[in-house]
Design a protein around this ligand. Structure first.
Ligand SMILES: [Zn+2]
Length: 521
């Protein structure tokens, strides 16, 4: 079986994405997660860039990764210098990583306009830099920048670049599609034309500007690449990089190639969500394999088939990548959808009175404006209540919120609530900008002494929809909340003419769902 090594660049290329930054501590935590999945290489960054990057290489050594090799990224030496005394090359050595990756020019246009040096000197720069790093005992990967464009412009010169790097001792040469403009058919053609037998092994690094980064990576593997690079969730410069959360399962489950990460695929969904949470970005619900809707089913008939033979409706078993099947509820929901939902509580058939009762409740709630399709946790609580498997977390006595603003200062909300928890009267209070935030903090304030683990719950998404806009300010609103404890995520819903009340319902559902499913369990 052909083996593929997986190279992650979330912490370097991934940080070029808009709105993406990680603190030093977060970078270390992400690296540890990647190591748990047995990703083979983790590119840590550019040691010359700033102190944070330099410090990363120091601290990651102490983290003692079990599997992954940490890689420092840099470029070839400057024209007309010596690699031995070049600050770029020196910085790569000072990072003290077992592996380094060196980026060099391949496209003649870049040599001419960016480096402003001769084609021969560019080759010399590549050779000298790689040979110097090899002499220091490093594993060296070479990144021929804009390789595919360079090849289209002048195949001979770009092959000469690869030959030079190969002769200098590069261990793998990672063909880069730096501007992401290449299509899979071109990858296949170009890689097939290369004299691969005369060169060191090839890898590939694709950007997603044509929407084909994953497809290009798969084409590259089929055309001979043994190393593939990408980022978690595909986030990176511009439209991003090849998405490892899609690429790795394709390699392991569809192409039947071997990779160390294949045996740990069940951690993949968790990795995707962990990185999203760390970046403070709402995960793409429709992402293949790891997205929330990747294994969700709606129409009654689909669910009927699902009950009989899941493989007819799903391309893989979602649990293989740590994801789970979601049965979406709607007015269209057939009895089989409800039977599926009940599965975790026992066996019920379509004719059971419980199923009938739940369908009635669902229809009534939908008439009120509730929608459970994207709020399965709220529906889970309805099931629990119907089956008498529900333990209330709190009982509300009253809440009181007051928003105020003085002159030009930002608005503030003061909130106070009185609850009964475990038979005791408790009070919670908070002061924040918005009313929902205040309510959320005040509930936690009251509950924390009883259930400290509620602190782990984060609201990752909050959406409001106006149900009947024609009623203007008297309209009903529906609030959806997505919550996460870092391992699981769940959605809840609330409906009211009062936005604070709708939010209250969704917030309490979120905590009660967590309490019943994960604390009491
Ligand atoms: Zn890149």
């Amino acid at each position: 079986m052909k083996r593929i090594t997986i190279y992650d660049t979330t912490l370097r290329d991934g940080m070029q994405g808009s709105n993406i930054t990680y603190t030093l501590k977060e970078k270390i935590l992400i690296a540890i997660k990647l190591d748990e999945l047995e990703i083979d290489y983790i590119e840590g960054g550019f040691p010359l860039a700033n102190e944070k990057e330099t410090e990363f290489f120091k601290q990651i050594k102490r983290a003692k990764l079990h599997h992954a090799r940490v890689v420092a990224f840099g470029s070839t030496r400057k024209p007309k210098a010596k690699a031995k005394s070049d600050p770029q090359v020196q910085a790569l050595l000072q990072a003290e990583t077992p592996t380094v990756i060196v980026v060099g020019k391949t496209w003649k246009e870049h040599v001419k306009y960016v480096l402003r040096t001769s084609y021969a000197e560019n080759l010399e720069m590549i050779y000298d830099s790689i040979a110097t790093l090899k002499a220091e005992g490093r594993e060296v990967f070479f990144d021929p920048e804009h390789f595919f464009d360079g090849y289209k412009d002048d195949p001979e010169y770009s092959v000469q670049v690869l030959r030079t790097a190969s002769e200098a001792g590069a261990d793998v040469m990672v063909l880069c599609d730096t501007n992401g403009g290449t299509l899979p058919s071109e990858v296949t053609r170009i890689m097939t034309e290369l004299p691969q037998k005369e060169l060191k092994p090839l890898g590939a690094h694709f950007h997603n500007d044509s929407g084909t980064a994953v497809a290009n990576s798969l084409a590259a593997i089929e055309a001979g690449a043994v190393q593939i690079q990408g980022t978690v969730n595909g986030w990176g410069e511009r439209t991003g990089n090849a998405n490892l959360c899609v690429l790795v399962p394709n390699i392991c489950l569809k192409m039947n190639y071997g990779a160390n990460a294949c045996k740990n695929l069940k951690h993949l969904t968790n990795l995707s969500r962990f990185v999203a949470e760390t970046a403070n970005i709402i995960p793409d619900r429709r992402m293949p394999y790891v997205g929330e809707t990747a294994f969700s089913h709606k129409a009654g008939q689909h669910v009927d088939v699902l009950n009989k033979a899941a493989h007819l409706m799903e391309h893989i078993d979602g649990s293989l990548v740590g994801n789970e099947r979601r049965i979406l509820l709607s007015e269209l929901a057939g009895k089989s959808t409800i039977v599926r939902k009940l599965e975790k509580y026992g066996e019920f058939d379509k004719g059971s009175p419980i199923v009938k009762e739940l369908i009635t409740q669902l229809k009534n709630a939908e008439n009120e404006g509730f929608e459970y399709e994207a709020a399965e946790a709220s529906f889970d609580l309805i099931i629990r209540k119907t089956l008498h498997k529900y333990t209330p977390l709190l009982e509300l006595n009253n809440y009181h919120l007051e928003s105020y603003k003085t002159g030009d200062t930002p608005a503030k909300t003061v909130g106070r609530l009185f609850l009964k928890v475990n038979g005791k009267e408790v009070m919670g209070a908070a002061v924040c900008v918005g009313p929902v935030e205040t309510l959320d903090k005040a509930i936690r304030d009251a509950l924390m002494p009883f259930h400290p683990s509620l602190e782990d719950i984060k609201l990752t998404d909050y959406r409001v929809r106006v149900l009947n806009p024609e009623s203007a300010t008297e309209a009903k609103v529906r609030v959806f909340i997505t919550s996460s404890d870092g391992k699981h995520s769940w959605n809840t819903v609330g409906v009211s003419r009062n936005i604070v009340e709708a939010s209250w319902q969704a917030l309490v559902d979120s905590m009660e769902y967590y309490y019943n499913n994960y604390i009491l369990k």
